[in-house]
Design a protein around this ligand. Sequence first.
Ligand code: SF4
Length: 393
Amino acid sequence: GQCVAVCPTGALSEVDNTRKVIAALVDPLKTVIVQTAPAVRAALGEEFGMEPGTLVTGKMVSALKKIGFDKVFDTDFAADLTIMEEGTELLSRLKRHLAGDKDVKLPILTSCCPGWVNFFESNFPDLLDVPSTAKSPQQMFGAIAKSYLAEQMGIRRDEMVVVSVMPCLAKKYESGRPEFAVNGNPDVDLSISTRELAQMIKGANLNFEELDDEVFDNPMGESTGAGVIFANTGGVIEAAVRTAYEIHTQKKLAKVDFDVLRGFDGIRSAEVDFDGLVVKIGIAHGLGNARKLLEDVQAGRSSFHAIEIMACPGGCIGGGGQPYHHGDTSVLKKRAAAIYREDAGKAIRKSHENPFIVKLYQEYLGEPGGSLSHRLLHTHYFDKKKKVEINND
Ligand code: SF4
């Protein structure tokens, strides 16, 4: 670490991880890297009096570098990686299903939201084999950072500290799940919220609005528009469709924007034509809406092939770690529009075209869904209901 500007005696409140982050930054034996989730850049500016919907990606990177992180990377890179793994899984399950394989469970459910994962582990333990086994972008990032990147940097995993900046309080819990550690060393060491990052920036006496734009480091800072839209309800499945369509049809999409998957209705559905194969998609945000879709799956009434679920209203842009929006949906809509603007402005907008993702598979992982990918990038789920019952006995 090479902390230059953070005052550790700054007014830090809440139960937060910022002190631990600062302790890592001042530890000369640690290399401290940070990843920032897509939703953070569309809301962080609000903590500094900027209008909702102001994109502050470059200022955020600049602030993190000034605070003293050794490398500033992007969770969006890992979102692209998630799409490679989840998109491949979707296509494989779909093909086997269409070929009449009765062992294949459909719909496939997205698995990147720990609020949602906790919910189904506790409430729908009979459906544990339905969600995608792909880890969330936060956890994929940590797993690759502490293997591939640590090797490249010539350091041991316990010399690296991975910090995540998340719109989400459930991400703190997710990073602490024991299955996401190797010999007790977690893939993601510390997760802080958007609000906690704002506190750190204020504690470092940085004039956020005046900061020049800076760019993420590589190799784990390059992302596509598909990685960016993970922040919005409907965005994960749109990103998956962009990649799954091109892999399945071997054709280029004429238009990468899927307006049918966007919007704010709590439950939405759409059909996307994969060149003759009609893929039926469901989307829910908010756990009450998720429960309705899940009850249909449980009862065998669901006709969807794939379902995206996000626990928070609006998706991660409305996460519990974001600047307070006091239930004002117009704030969420402005953040969502900012995310779609960032996507539209990206030179590359499909995860499988991210050159660093292509390189990662060529140099290290092999194939999506291959054995190393499975070990590093996939997970399994637990029956939390049973555990509670056993504990009560
Ligand atoms: Fe976290 Fe909410 Fe996003 Fe889920 S939807 S990952 S709980 S911020």
